[in-house]
Design a protein around this ligand. Structure first.
Ligand code: RIB
Length: 309
């Protein structure tokens, strides 16, 4: 059976809620502190594995207590972590997250996420990646290694899902290697110059992304759902009408779920529906990986209808 291979980040998330963001020089009382496994790459891998795809992780952590906690979290989610390196000369990636009213702001110290070079990653990819596997990556690891990994995954015949987060413009030659570009509003604005805020701007931004060379592009729009182009027409998926507790990891869940749905042979709309439901589930409780559904939980969830726009 084909699988999902993720090259990406692993962070320990230190996350605290508050009613508003503090001003400069102000100390604010928060609540609901949690320390839980995160990192865009690891979240995507956990979502893919828990939702039913064999999943391999390529990553690095520090040889410290956060690193061993992250590795345990991945293994408990049945992700194949045999190739995750534990390094003594660096620290595990840490994300400090401030949650306000279901939304979040993140500051990241990448640590070990920047340690792997393409020389480290290439032999692993050549060993594990097979044609028709889905290769997933983001931009929280070493950039040169990530860009070369995308080129190699394409050369090896894998389907490449690229999540350009945190946002930045990437090299032109990568576009033709991308089977699915999945990005949020901020990332879209930085890459295309268009903020996707309504149907027209979504359509224009998606056209630009496809003209640049991505085979498929999906915009994840938070509380406004997601959008793609289907035969030239705008396909919009409204978010489910849930009460969001915390959106941390929801976008990552969307991507992991999309990868699973692709492997299961679903079409674009089927992939978006499955990813919409899985990411909504992640918003029901606090934290990143600790909030991601197992397939049995997702199938059993009597999800609310989509929110009426
Ligand atoms: O996308 C959410 C993730 O971004 C968090 O888990 C945090 O670790 C940062 O990488």
């Amino acid at each position: 059976m084909s699988k999902v291979v993720v090259f990406g980040s692993m962070n320990m998330d230190l996350s605290i809620a508050c009613d508003r963001v503090p001003q400069v020089g102000e100390t604010l009382e928060g609540f609901g502190f949690i320390c839980n496994p995160g990192g865009k790459g690891a979240n995507q891998a956990v979502a893919s594995s828990r939702l039913g795809a064999p999943t391999v992780m390529i990553a690095a952590v520090g040889n410290d207590s956060f690193g061993s906690g992250l590795l345990k979290g991945l293994c408990d989610s049945r992700v194949d972590c045999a190739r995750v390196r534990s390094l003594s000369d660096t620290t595990t990636g840490v994300a400090v997250i401030v949650r306000t009213h279901g939304d979040n702001r993140i500051i990241l110290d990448p640590g070990a996420n920047h340690a792997l070079t393409f020389d480290d990653v290439e032999p692993i990819m050549r060993d594990v990646l097979e044609p028709d596997d889905v290769f997933v990556c983001q931009l929280e690891c070493d950039l040169a290694a990530t860009y070369s990994a995308i080129r190699l995954a394409h050369e090896l015949g894998a389907r490449v899902i690229f999540n350009p987060a945190p946002a930045r413009v990437f090299p032109d030659d990568l576009w033709e290697c991308i089977d699915l570009l999945c990005l949020n509003e901020t990332e879209c604005e930085i890459i295309t110059g268009i903020l996707p805020s309504d149907d027209d701007s979504c359509r224009n931004a998606l056209k630009v992304l496809k003209e640049r060379g991505a085979s498929e592009a999906v915009l994840t729009l938070g509380f406004s759902g997601s959008a793609a182009l289907h035969g030239g027409d705008l396909l919009r998926k409204a978010p489910l009408a849930i009460e969001a507790v915390d959106s941390t990891g929801a976008g990552d869940t969307y991507i992991g779920a999309f990868a699973v749905a692709l492997l299961e042979g679903k079409d674009l709309e089927g992939c978006m529906d499955f990813a919409t439901k899985a990411s909504a589930y992640t918003c029901l409780s606090a934290g990143a990986q600790q909030a991601i559904a197992w397939r049995s939980d997702l199938d059993a969830w009597d999800a609310p209808e989509p929110r009426i726009p």
